[in-house]
Write a protein that binds this ligand. Structure first.
Ligand SMILES: N[C@@H](CCC(=O)N[C@@H](CS)C(=O)NCC(=O)O)C(=O)O
Length: 351
């Protein structure tokens, strides 16, 4: 990748192969680039490159600068013939050329189930590039040693990224991954709120509510509805009733927030963490969503966002909304067909 930056005017030109469009980037008074459409970390790389060049008293013809891009060390940031480029360009221009020999990318380990979908949706909403490695749950790939080396808990999602020193980072547990993505890549708070703000703590509260409450409770409800062989009315009622209670809490919160999001005035990881689970309401024993009109409205409104549309179909077409159209009998039949792997996974987990 090549990146040309005009420090004064506030334009950056990423040159990817022969593709060479101009993107406006917002330069604040401090001249620190805050935002580069969908690519804040590239702007940050550019800022660092400029800063290090400006501090370099001897700008030789073959200046080499080590920089980071997408969290990975750019093997060689090479400013060829820097002096002549400056004189060649407008007098005010600083034109660092930064290239990466290996494109840096997050790898997402996933399948089209609710927990991994949170991450693909967040990545899409952030406009980040990422690689997808589908994990075949039916073949218990999540329990294979190579994957346990990434996530010792043997569950999806997990991601692998690279830290600022070029070291590999494995992050697992969907809530932790969401927090990591916004901490590192959401500097302009597209899907989060500034740390320490009231909204930040509300968002964090809902995130924990989802990972410790809604996810496990609804997960148990769908286990007893769809996967348990035998009839366990006590367990099914307990978990479905708890799920219903949690949906009621959420319905009330949405009714009380005029923005239509769970927290503040825009989308956040609180909405993203919950959304994939609500699309699976019938799978979890809630016969219809009309009982929670604000949840229903919110669910379909988020569905219309391109990031949700793209993210929910990773790594394969999203199924859960369609499953809500099935009759109880059809769902039970489907559950019986699918539950074999869950029984087998339970057996292995118990060993
Ligand atoms: N608390 C975990 C739950 C992860 C989880 O249970 N993932 C499911 C898919 S949605 C899974 O990997 N199931 C496979 C198994 O149970 O072996 C998280 O939020 O990431």
């Amino acid at each position: 990748m090549f990146l040309w930056v005009d420090d004064k005017v506030g334009f950056a030109t990423p040159v990817l192969g022969s593709w060479n469009p101009f993107f406006p980037i917002h330069a604040e008074e401090s001249n620190i680039y805050q935002e580069f459409y969908g690519w804040p970390q590239v702007a940050e790389t550019a800022r660092k490159a400029i800063a290090s060049m400006m501090h370099s008293s001897e700008l030789g013809n073959d200046l080499q600068v080590q920089q980071f891009c997408y969290g990975q060390l750019i093997s060689l940031a090479h400013v060829a013939d820097f002096k002549s480029m400056v004189s060649f360009a407008f007098v005010d221009f600083i034109v660092p050329t930064v290239y990466s020999s290996s494109p840096i990318m997050i790898t997402l380990y996933c399948e089209g189930t609710p927990n991994p979908l949170k991450i693909s949706i967040a990545l899409e909403e952030l406009g980040l590039e990422y690689k997808v490695r589908k994990i075949n749950l039916f073949n218990h790939e999540q329990k294979e040693q190579w994957f346990l080396d990434i996530n010792p808990n043997g569950r999806i999602p997990a991601i692998v990224d690279t830290d600022e020193n070029g070291r590999e980072l494995n992050i697992w547990e969907s809530g932790a991954i969401l927090q990591y993505l916004v901490d590192r890549y959401d500097k302009d708070h597209k899907i989060s709120y500034p740390q320490g703000s009231k909204e930040y703590w509300q968002m964090t509260s809902w995130l924990f509510w989802q990972v410790s409450g809604l996810g496990p409770m609804q997960g148990q409800a769908n286990h007893f509805k769809m996967s348990a062989f035998g009839d366990y009315p006590y367990a099914l009622n307990r978990y479905v009733n708890e799920t219903r209670r949690l949906y009621r809490i959420m319905d009330k919160a949405l009714a009380n927030n005029p923005s239509g999001y769970l927290v503040g005035d825009h989308l956040s990881i609180a909405d993203i963490a919950i959304w994939p689970w609500t699309t699976a309401y019938k799978y979890s024993g809630l016969s219809q969503i009309d009982e929670f009109p604000h949840v229903k409205d919110w669910m379909y409104r988020l569905l219309a966002r391109p990031g949700f549309e793209k993210g929910r179909n990773v790594p394969s077409p999203h199924l859960y909304l369609q499953l809500n159209e099935l009759s109880d009998e059809e769902l039970t039949k489907l559950g019986k067909e699918r539950s074999g792997w869950i029984q087998e996974a339970m057996k292995r987990d118990a060993e």
